[in-house]
Structure formats: structure tokens, C-alpha cells
Design a binder for this molecule. Sequence first.
Ligand code: CP3
Length: 355
Amino acid sequence: MTPITNDVFLKTLKKESTPYTPVWMMRQAGRYLPEYRKTRKHAGSFLDLCKNADFATEVTLQPLDRYPLLDAAILFSDILTVPDAMGLGLHFVDGEGPKFHYPLIDEQAIQKLDVPNVEEDLGYVFNAVRSIKTALNGRVPLIGFAGSPWTLATYMVEGQGGTGFLNIKKMLYSRPDLIQHILKVTTESVSIYLAKQIEAGADAVMIFDSWGGALSHHEYESHSLNYMKVIISNLNLMGFEDTPKIIFTKGGGQWLDLQSQSGADALGIDWQTDLGNARKVVNDKIALQGNLDPAILLSEPKAIRSAVRNVLDSYGHGESHIFNLGHGITQFTPPENVECMLDEVRSYSKKYHKA
Ligand code: CP3
């Protein structure tokens, strides 16, 4: 394997000292970039981009070519590839987001749900990882990812986003056995899926728990966190204990103490959470990643630079902070504002590092 030239992100995950705070952005390859919109038009659709290794490689590298200050690449794909491989029929309706042709609406569909043939049905993702690694040629590390079992289950049961989680919650409270079955099958599938991404070359992996925050206090640990923990320990048992693992529960700021005991190397922090406080809660045991409000990037340079400094100041001195947004970048972000953010992170963060 080609050695990684810029390993600041990986060093931070291992709590080793670095000269500055590394940075990448959730959804860094996406619609706010004119070059992405162009490639997507050429490819035909979002799923065509994901399923073709050349296109997936091209769009993964677009933000890195535009912004040399980025310290990591993230695989271009989607969390919903896994339920798609389970036969739910993923498609995207323009302006409405993802939908499934065959959501899990009855007991029969749920009992039939099984782990897909990951190697075969998701082979296009591992091809993309290999192709991206070749194209990166060690420039920066590559992050692989998957959805958390709970977050995947919300889309699988609701059939789409934006439903207020009423169907899955009704099921959770009335037929917990069915939810457990979905979570179990999904946990096994995601474990294999991430293992194969690592084998194909991913240098770190992240589990997106975008809807863990929709769970009640009583259910978060039992229905989301515990399944992420199983994935982490499965990966360790499969021999990937050295590959850093990041978990991110959006809306999960009140459960950081529990998350810090999950076996993950880093926690994603959303913008509603105070980063300094989060650091105290996890007691510097693991790295933190976040947490600029993505909406700040819709404003202007002075406000952006000041907000970046607030995030860096709230973390303070130390080697275990990865700068990121508190959630994905919005499609309405002017690309030049990202440059301003990255420039401020690089220049202002140096004072917080020893190296
Ligand atoms: O971060 C990256 O650059 C890597 C690519 C990535 C995408 N989706 C590409 C994408 C990643 C890491 C994801 C994860 C993902 N997908 C999540 C978890 C993260 C989060 O945002 O909470 C979720 C919930 C999904 C499901 C999903 N996919 C939704 C809800 C949507 C529609 C949202 C929207 O902005 O329209 C997608 C589509 C999607 N996934 C796009 C991209 C670039 C937009 C597709 C397009 O129209 O070009």
C-alpha cells in the first residue's frame, strides 16, 4: 500500500501530536460544487454516480482538488446502499430525497429480511474504494462509512425520510421483536460491509447515526448505541482493531458519556453541543470531531472566521480534535466560503498544538 503523505487526520485519531487541527467536511462532495453538478448531469443520476467507480472517484476527488487544505477524503456513496442490497429498491425522487419501493411495512417482509451477499451486491462500493485509493495515491486518508442500524431501520420502515418516525416508533413500542430482528440483520450486514471497505483500502470508518437523536432517553442505548458497539467489536474481532472508528449520533449530545465507552476512537459532535463541554464529558479519552454549524457557511467571511475560532477556542489546547461541520454541508453553500473556513482552521489552530 502507498504510504499516506498527509497523515494529520489519522494521527489525531490516535491522539498523536500534529502541527495543526485537521479538517474535512461531511458531504464535502456534493451539490454545492458546480463540478459535482456537472458530473452528476453527465452520469444521469445520483445512484449512477455511486454505482460507477470512475464517477465515484471523480466526485470524491473534486473537493480535494479544489481545496488543498482538506485533510481527508470520504468515499462517495450513500448509507442506503445496504438496504438497497437487501432488496428494498432504493430510488431518489428529485427534490424529495431517498425512497424505497418495498419498505418493511408488514411482519412478513420483516421476517424475510436477510443479510445480503455483501461481496456481490455491494461490489460496486468496494470497486469505488479501490479506484479512489489508486487516484489519491496516498495524498490524504480515505474514510469509509455506513449508516447505523437504527438510522437504516428508520428509512427501511418509513420508506422515506421526513415522516416524523411515527411508523417505526409505533413498531418499536408495540412489536419490539420485529425492530430487534431488523436491527440484528442490519448490524451483521453493516459489519461485513465496513470490513470489506477496510479490506479494499479505507483508512478509517465512520458510522452515521443521523436519527439516533429521535429516540427517547430510555431507548437510545438499547436501540442505537448498542448495535454500533456490536459493529465496532465485530470489526475488532475480524482483525481491524487498528483501523480508527468514528461514530456520530446527530442529536446525541446528551449521551456522550455512553458513546465514549463504545470502543470508538472518535465521536462526531453536532453543532447544538458545546465542544468544550463534550471534551470534559469524554475526559480526553477519545477524539472529537465537529462541530461548526453548517449554516454559518451561508454568511460572509468575517462571520465565518469568527465562528471557526469559536469552535477551536471551545476545544482549546490538545491533539484530539478533528474540525468538521456539525452536520452535512448544505447545497446552497457558496464554494468560496469553504475556502475561507479551511484557511482559518489551518492558520488559527496552530497555536493549540505543540508540534
Ligand atoms: O460526505 C460525503 O461527501 C460522502 C457522501 C455521502 C452522501 N450521503 C452522498 C449524498 C454520505 C456520507 C452520505 C450519508 C447519508 N446519506 C446520510 C448520513 C449523513 C447525514 O447527512 O445525516 C443519510 C441520512 C443519507 C440518506 C440520504 N441520501 C438523504 C437523506 C439524501 C437526500 C438529502 C439531500 O441533500 O437531498 C441523500 C442523497 C445524497 N447522498 C446526496 C449526496 C451528495 C445528494 C444527491 C444528489 O441529489 O446529488
